[in-house]
Every structure is written in structure tokens, then in C-alpha cells.
Design a protein around this ligand. Structure first.
Ligand code: ZN
Length: 431
């Protein structure tokens, strides 16, 4: 498949590893020389900044966390003279200090190139018209989508979020062929397209969506309503340039990430040791050429797993799974690491059930018990509750290898909230 892509380099595993080692060696030296914060951390860990010989030496490096970013406010991790910083972006935090990340011109260029790769992997061409329906400004999203689109050579239509009338007008009059938005914005636009009878008048074929949790059901809904043939989940975070750090491919089997730009480690969030390849753990990132705010083993708190092996789509870049949850939500039950998203994906197999669920943990006679409360959908006979509960419990046992009790409740019985719903109630401390 050599020469298939213009922006995504054709590299084999060895070439990616060699690039990673060079990038790691450069990054450790760079942060040691440029950042008092990192220099102190490396000293503490007893790391010789010139002594990185192999990728295994990554393990000897200290981990960094979101707290380090907050402590360094307003310009955390800064590793270049301030005169080299050409821009900052910040993550949208609801409480406390925001995470502000700095960019040199080279950082901006690397970012736009990663984004161009995303458009390329999504199958777009310079003839595509890309309607960008995400926020602009301090948040990273809009600027990245637009820079990358222009660098890729397609036509950017920077509408921003909301503004539904203008969105629809652009879809119709400019004939946008791709949209970039959150999943819920795509859903909203799809509903409006249907309501106003515009389905035959628009030319959308691709949707790139990200930045928030979505369900497969939501995705099918907006794909159908917008009439797109392909949709792609995009990954990324402000700490690592922004969105554009990777993209799902047409095989829909995980997210290809740019392994020549950053290293992915998957660690057990409890022991901080690497999990077996393919097992779920916390995503930990190390940047390879980031100048202004480099990342050394940054704990994202996101749970995912590496997907070993090559992808049928032919893209040589490595893959990780979609984000499966947050490590803060993980709990240990009878010695097994479990995160709520695992329960959620079991429930997806049951068309009689809503997607809401709750997990209650208790301890009786020194033994841990798990009760999973689920909801039947309106219209489903309550007479089959017991059978359904048994089936769910059996499927959990099969997939997650733990015994649970399952309780099927009436539609709407479980609490809901727009913010993050608390899925796990852990009463094991109060036997
Ligand atoms: Zn692929």
C-alpha cells in the first residue's frame, strides 16, 4: 500500500520504533534543559537526561498528571523561552484552574499535519467542502479543524457550533460534503435536516465527530438523518495539541494514532505497571517532538487498550480502542479491575434494555457483592424481567468473568443527569 497517502507516512513497526526512540531522546534532553519543573522531576527520579538508550527506558521516567498542569498555571510544562510561544489554548474546565498549553510555531505545524492525516484517513480530497461546527477560540477544537483542513487542501467552512439556520443554509447552498462536530450536534443537525425536508438537497457524505461520549445508537441516528456514508470518531486532547491525535478508519476497528508523534502506554491505574497487550488500562502519553509544553508519561485518566496487529484498512499507524471510560471510575471487584463501560457494552446486546444502569457494591460476610440495576424499555413486558436479569447476569459472567446479581426495573426508574452520571455506588466500607 506504499504511496497510498500523502500526509500519513508509510512506516513499518521498526521505523516507528526508531522514530519514537529518537523523539524520546530529544524530548528528555529538551525538557531537562528547558523546564525547571521537568528538570526537578528527572533529578528526583534519578534519570540521566543523556542516558536514554532504548524505548524500555521510558519506564524509568517519572509520570505527570493533570495536577502538575494546574500547579504550573498559567504556563505549565513550559520548556522553551517565552518568546518562542506563538499561541496558547486551554481545556474547558468547569472548576478550578484551566489547563493552559503553549505552542511554538513548530507545534502548530505538527498539529495541522496530524489533522491533515485525519482528513486523509477519512477519505476526503481537496474537492471536499468541510463544514466545521465546533467551538473556536481558547478551546483547541475549531482552530485545529480549520488549520488542518486548509493544510490538507480542502475547503473549510468555519461556521462554529450552534447557529442551526446558518448551518443548514451552508449545507444546502455551499453543498458541504463533510461536517465536523460533536455527536450531539450532528444528531441535532440531522433532526433539523429531516424536519425541514432537506435530505435530498444536501451533499454530505462524511461526518467527523468527537470530544464527547456517544452511543452506537446515537451514531446510527445521525448517520441516517444526515445521509452520510461514513462517520469517524476523532481522538485528541488539549494536552496533546488538541483533537486530531488519531482517527477511526473505515474498518471501524479502533483508532489509528500517530505513533511517530507520540508514544502510547497502557498502564494499570492501580499499580502503574504496563498491562498485557490488548488489556484495558489507563492511556499514558509521551510526546516526541512537542516543543512548548511537552508531555512525559502524562496520565490522561482515560481507559482504553492497544489493538495489536495490522488493520485491514492498510493504514500502518498503530491503533488503540475508543475511550472506554475514566480510570477514576474503575473499581476492583474480587480482584478484577472493572470499569462501568464494560457493563454498558454488555447491555448493548439487549434490545429490551435502556442504556441506563447502576452498579451497587456491598460486602456481606467478608465477601464482595455486585448488584447491577438496569431498566427495561417502554413497551417491554415486565413478566420477562426475571429471565432478562438472568440473561444479563450470564452475559456479564461470560464477558467480564464476574458473578453479579441483576435487577430489571421499570422504564425511567434509575436517576439521570446531564452531567456525568454516577454509575457506581460503593458501600463496601460499611459492612
Ligand atoms: Zn484501519
Amino acid at each position: 500500500m506504499a504511496g497510498q497517502y500523502r500526509f500519513i507516512p508509510q512506516m513499518d513497526e521498526e521505523q516507528i520504533a526508531a522514530t519514537q526512540l529518537r523523539g524520546l531522546q530529544w524530548t528528555v534532553k529538551h525538557v531537562y534543559e528547558g523546564s525547571p519543573f521537568y528538570r526537578a522531576r528527572l533529578h528526583e527520579a534519578g534519570v540521566d537526561p543523556g542516558g536514554i538508550q532504548s524505548l524500555d527506558d521510558l519506564r524509568s521516567l517519572p509520570l505527570t498528571t493533570a495536577d502538575d498542569l494546574k500547579d504550573g498555571y498559567p504556563l505549565p510544562l513550559l520548556s522553551v523561552p517565552e518568546q518562542d510561544v506563538v499561541r496558547v489554548h486551554a481545556s474547558s474546565g468547569t472548576t478550578g484552574k484551566r489547563k493552559v498549553l503553549s505552542y511554538t510555531q513548530r507545534d502548530v505545524d505538527v498539529w495541522k499535519n496530524m489533522f491533515a492525516r485525519c482528513y486523509e484517513l477519512a477519505g476526503l480530497t481537496p474537492l471536499d467542502r468541510v463544514q466545521i461546527c465546533v467551538g473556536y477560540g481558547l478551546w483547541t477544537a475549531g482552530a485545529g479543524f480549520q488549520l488542518g483542513c486548509e493544510h490538507f487542501g480542502a475547503m473549510a467552512l468555519p461556521v462554529g457550533p450552534g447557529l442551526i439556520d446558518i448551518q443548514l443554509q451552508m449545507l444546502e447552498d455551499l453543498g458541504s460534503t463533510a461536517i465536523c462536530s460533536t455527536a450531539s450536534m450532528a444528531l441535532l443537525m440531522g433532526e433539523e435536516v429531516q424536519k425541514r425536508g432537506l435530505a435530498d438537497k444536501i451533499k454530505l457524505h462524511t461526518a467527523i465527530f468527537g470530544s464527547e461520549a456517544h452511543t452506537p445508537k446515537m451514531r446510527r441516528q445521525f448517520e441516517e438523518a444526515l445521509g452520510v456514508q461514513h462517520s469517524f470518531d476523532i481522538s485528541g486532547m488539549t494536552e496533546l495539541y488538541g483533537p486530531g491525535a488519531g482517527l477511526e478508519c473505515k474498518a471501524r476497528n479502533g483508532i489509528h494514532y500517530w505513533g511517530d508523534v507520540y508514544i502510547v502506554e497502557i498502564l494499570d491505574p492501580e499499580t502503574l505497571q504496563p498491562v498485557e497487550p490488548g488489556e484495558v488500562g489507563e492511556l499514558v502519553l509521551t510526546s516526541l517532538c512537542k516543543e512548548a509544553s511537552p508531555l512525559l508519561r502524562y496520565r490522561t485518566r482515560d481507559l482504553t487498550r492497544l489493538l495489536p496487529g495490522s488493520c485491514e484498512c492498510g493504514c500502518c499507524m498503530p491503533r488503540h480502542d475508543k475511550i472506554l471510560g475514566r480510570s477514576d471510575d474503575m473499581f476492583i471487584f474480587r480482584g478484577v479491575n472493572i470499569y462501568p463501560g464494560q457493563i454498558a457494552s454488555v447491555l448493548e446486546h439487549f434490545p429490551e434494555l435502556a442504556s441506563e444502569y447502576q452498579i451497587a457494591l456491598s460486602r456481606r460476610d467478608g465477601l464482595d457483592h455486585m448488584l447491577v440495576r438496569v431498566e427495561r424499555l417502554p413497551g417491554v413486558e415486565h413478566g420477562s424481567d426475571e429471565q432478562l436479569a438472568k440473561a444479563v447476569s450470564g452475559e456479564i459472567r461470560k464477558q467480564i468473568l464476574v458473578r453479579t446479581e441483576v435487577e430489571v426495573q421499570r422504564p425511567g426508574a434509575l436517576p439521570r443527569s446531564f452531567a456525568k452520571t454516577k454509575r457506581v455506588q460503593d458501600d463496601r466500607g460499611e459492612e
